[in-house]
Design a binder for this molecule. Sequence first.
Ligand code: NIG
Length: 435
Amino acid sequence: MTTGRALLVDHCGQLLTLRGPRRPRVGKEMGQLGLLRNAALLVQEGHITCVGPQSQITGLPEAQGADRIDAGGRVVMPGFVDSHTHALFAGSRVDEYEARIRGATYAGLAKSGGGIQASARRMRGAKEAVLLDHLRRVSARFLEFGTTTVEVKSGYGLEADQELKMLRVIKQAMAQGTLDLVPTLLFHDVPGPWRKKRAAFLAMMIEQVIPLVAREGLAEFCDAFCDRGYFSLSEARQLLTAAKTAGLKLRLHAEQLAHTGSARMAAGLGALSVDHLDHVTRGDVGHLRKAGTIATLLPGSVLYLGSSPYPPARMLMEAGVPVALATNFNPGSCPTQNMQLILSLGCTHMRMTPAETLTAATINGAYAVARGHLVGSLEAGKQADILVMDVADYREIPYYFGMNHCVTVIKKGRIAYDRTRLSRAASFAKDAMTQ
Ligand code: NIG
């Protein structure tokens, strides 16, 4: 398929456009998917040009002679935007997984040199080419599951040279890959040798590393793990303030292990997103709403670690805070890349409706990585990041949980993944159409 030729996606049983205001969706808007039945859309030069009823779109002159994907009555929707991941790491921590099954805790493992510090030791030993290959393979799997834009953090380097190594690998992957990556400089923990001189570590990061990262365009966002046992409120504030001065956008790991006041601190500094929020309180919510900060919820790590409450999605949504959902894919607290599973957790454990989870995982995720003007909805002018899901009703995406419903993934107008032949044998959409 060439970029010059138009692409027609037709016979969409339910086309979820997610059209709406040019800002994150709040309150009742989160339940509005802009659903069109028996619809089609047209793509030219990697962008969506027309969306509408089947008969209208197929009758357009540009549709004649276009390449065609027949969705066969299935659900068609925007690609998922995974707005919080630690997708670049050097090796799994499956030994810790088994240790936790046998009774160890995430905090206990971290205290004895495991956790983030273990990933940092492996990162130090990893060559850039190996890391790049990892990111390529991980990116292919994201696409298979329908994720077309992914935020990727550094954070397993800890030391300046290793953090920079991670960001350079992410930059190379961005230049080579199909997937859109959004790079974030993450202050994850203080490396061992600096434990007794935290102030000097912070000064070095603030005076040298943050300005260098901004100058070289190695990251778009800055993030810190502000929590009990990691960066304090005052340390995180110093890091974020320096990053803002250097021109980086802000996000923060906030209120995951304990309530620290980090979410309202970050909102006060203009962070685009505060992430996790397992321990966010009613008192924090007004600060987030006033600042327009997006609450990015990561129920995958709650499921996987089993030690925090699920974040209060309904409280946040009812207060008018825009909510996004992301995987938090990482080797320690959430080794899954499957956004569809995250939707199921949002529905079952956080009482979000299927429509609200879809909004959270597409358009609101896009705004959480400053890409709301480009992706997250299927509207004329937007990038053609489109999924064909093998269901006839969008609610079946979270309902049939833990599965991959994605059969075709279109990224910037090109087919990036296609499983249609395989799926014909076992199609839920087909079941519904023949009943
Ligand atoms: O988002 N909270 C901090 N960072 C990750 C965990 C990272 C790890 O354990 O490797 C998280 O859960």
